[in-house]
Design a protein around this ligand. Structure first.
Ligand code: KG4
Ligand code: ZN
Length: 342
């Protein structure tokens, strides 16, 4: 009986290998994430083939470590769910092939899960009901506002037209000579900087617009930096660097908060869910809390350990579908461009 057996979840869409095992209906037995960040840092970004190779080397030992920590045997598993897109094709292939091998070998149900759905539902991790709410997803690959009517019913309201917000953090960090991934570094430095020190542009703020654009902001930081350092001849002082990080972050957060407010008012929603790697940003978390407190809205922030890529969120998104009888044919291929607006 699949309902009683633990479910294995696998995530490998980018540069983290994730393995989680959940015991339905609501018990997480284990969630392990092996990050390849150091492997990609020397290239200044994720290299798909390097990611693929690292998933390949990591996935089997990580799976066995997860089984040991969950204190179960392979044969105890009742189903497998895996991220099949969107993401980097060579990276997705490793997780999907591994998951298919286990499902075929054990003759247990197999289900492809959308990575974005994993993020979107993560603020409600292991909760019984997903309320009708507005979801802000901010990660390295995506920036979007979605009306979530319930699990499985998604209406895309706005998205970035160029860079994702995490990508903007990483590119600006690179300009500033900070290590990859830069979001966390900017977050750290910004805490000691003045967010009002420099005025950077806020794009697409005209009435009714729910889309985003961050590439102009990144370019304006580049021009500012060239001027301030006389094209690299001078160095920024430590305080200037901190002020610059704080001011850039302030520009990003102002836009995100304004668009969340607009979208929630437009759709008459009083519940906000926030997910994705950038949802770990301390100043963004405070700004969202202030907004929701002022409006009397309920805020669901994904727990910090669930903001970055992980398999626990894939388990949660896939488990309900699997228990409801949904299956994916083993012959179905990965979908690197898979979107989820219906
Ligand atoms: O969700 P995620 O792990 O991967 C994708 O699915 O894209 O997000 C990674 C992104 C990176 O761009 C990283 O710089 C950013 O999240 N990030 C942050 C913070 N922590 C991670 N950005 C701003 N502040 C942070 N504290
Ligand atoms: Zn992600």
């Amino acid at each position: 009986m699949i309902l009683l057996k633990p479910i294995l979840a696998i995530e490998s869409s980018c540069d983290e290998t994730g393995i989680a095992i959940v015991q339905p209906p609501n018990h997480l037995l284990v969630s392990l994430v092996a990050s390849q960040v150091q492997e990609h840092a020397r290239f200044g970004g994720v290299v798909p083939e390097v990611a693929s190779r690292n998933h390949f080397l990591t996935i089997d030992p990580l799976f066995h470590q997860a089984l040991a920590q969950a204190k179960i045997k392979v044969s105890d598993l009742g189903g497998v769910v895996v991220t099949s897109g969107p993401g980097l094709a060579p990276a997705l292939l490793v997780g999907a092939s591994y998951a298919k091998g286990i499902a075929l070998g054990l003759q247990i149900p197999y289900l492809a899960v959308n990575h974005l759905e994993g993020h979107l539902l993560s603020p409600f991790f292991l909760e019984k009901q997903i309320p009708h709410h507005l979801a802000l997803l901010v990660s390295g690959g995506h920036t979007q506002l979605t009306e979530v009517r319930k699990a499985g019913e998604y209406n895309l309201l706005g998205a970035t037209q160029d860079d994702a917000v995490g990508e903007a953090f990483d590119k600006v960090a690179k300009l500033l000579g900070l290590p990859y991934p830069g979001g966390i570094e900017i977050d750290r430095l910004a805490k000691q900087g003045n967010p009002k020190c420099y005025d950077f542009p806020r794009a697409m703020m005209e009435k009714g617009n729910l889309n985003f654009s961050f590439s102009g902001l990144k370019t304006s930081v580049r021009y500012f930096l060239e001027k301030k350092t006389d094209h690299g001849k001078k160095q920024l002082s430590q305080q200037e660097l901190k002020d610059l990080c704080a001011s850039f972050q302030e520009a990003v957060i102002t836009v995100l908060i304004e668009k969340v407010k607009r979208a929630a008012e437009l759709k008459n929603l009083n519940c906000i869910g926030v997910s994705g790697g950038v949802a770990a940003n301390s100043a963004l978390r405070v700004a969202l809390k202030n907004l929701c407190d002022a409006q009397g809205w309920k805020l669901h922030l994904a727990a910090r350990e669930l903001t970055g890529d992980n398999a626990a969120m894939i388990a949660f998104a896939g488990m309900h579908r699997l228990l409801a009888g949904e299956r994916t044919a083993i012959s179905q291929e990965i979908k690197p461009q898979w979107q989820i607006s219906f």
